[in-house]
Design a protein around this ligand. Structure first.
Ligand code: 5GP
Ligand code: ZN
Length: 123
């Protein structure tokens, strides 16, 4: 059994999921939420998160394989929907910062989906 709590009342991304803080929504289903990053580094920059409060990739176990697989499988469709140009000239970058050394600032698992014509502010 996972000891991950469904929602953390102090977590900013849980507040976005519940609507307590407004977000520019890109996608939502029963288990996944996607929204524009508040501080984009590229023409397309949104975050794909599980609704479940998983702090980071470090807490992911085999029980999350289906959920993470569905998030990864959704990324290309949402990237195209949000304006990433087609592969191979276009494409996008997926980034999942984990922990302090990984540069993670918000401790609710998220995948950055970044794309659009360069130059970008970072990366
Ligand atoms: P990390 O460094 O943890 O991988 O990235 C966290 C990301 O969340 C940053 O790119 C930051 O701009 C974004 N972010 C932080 N707070 C908010 C917020 O309240 N709303 C939105 N839309 N994005 C946020
Ligand atoms: Zn959370």
């Amino acid at each position: 059994m996972s000891d991950i709590q469904h929602s953390d009342p102090d977590c900013i991304f849980c507040k976005l999921v519940s609507g307590k803080i407004p977000a520019k929504k890109v996608y939502e289903d029963e288990e996944i939420f996607a929204f524009h990053d508040i501080n984009p580094w590229a023409p397309v920059h949104f975050l794909l998160i599980p609704k479940l409060h998983i702090p980071s990739m470090a807490q992911v176990g085999p029980e999350h394989a289906g959920l993470l697989g569905r998030m990864m499988a959704l990324a290309p469709r949402l990237a195209q929907q949000e304006g990433c140009r087609p592969y191979p000239q276009g494409g996008f970058r997926l980034v999942c910062n984990t922990g302090g050394d990984g540069g993670q600032e918000v401790h609710h698992l998220h995948i950055h989906v970044i794309g659009g014509p360069r130059p970008w502010l970072k990366g």
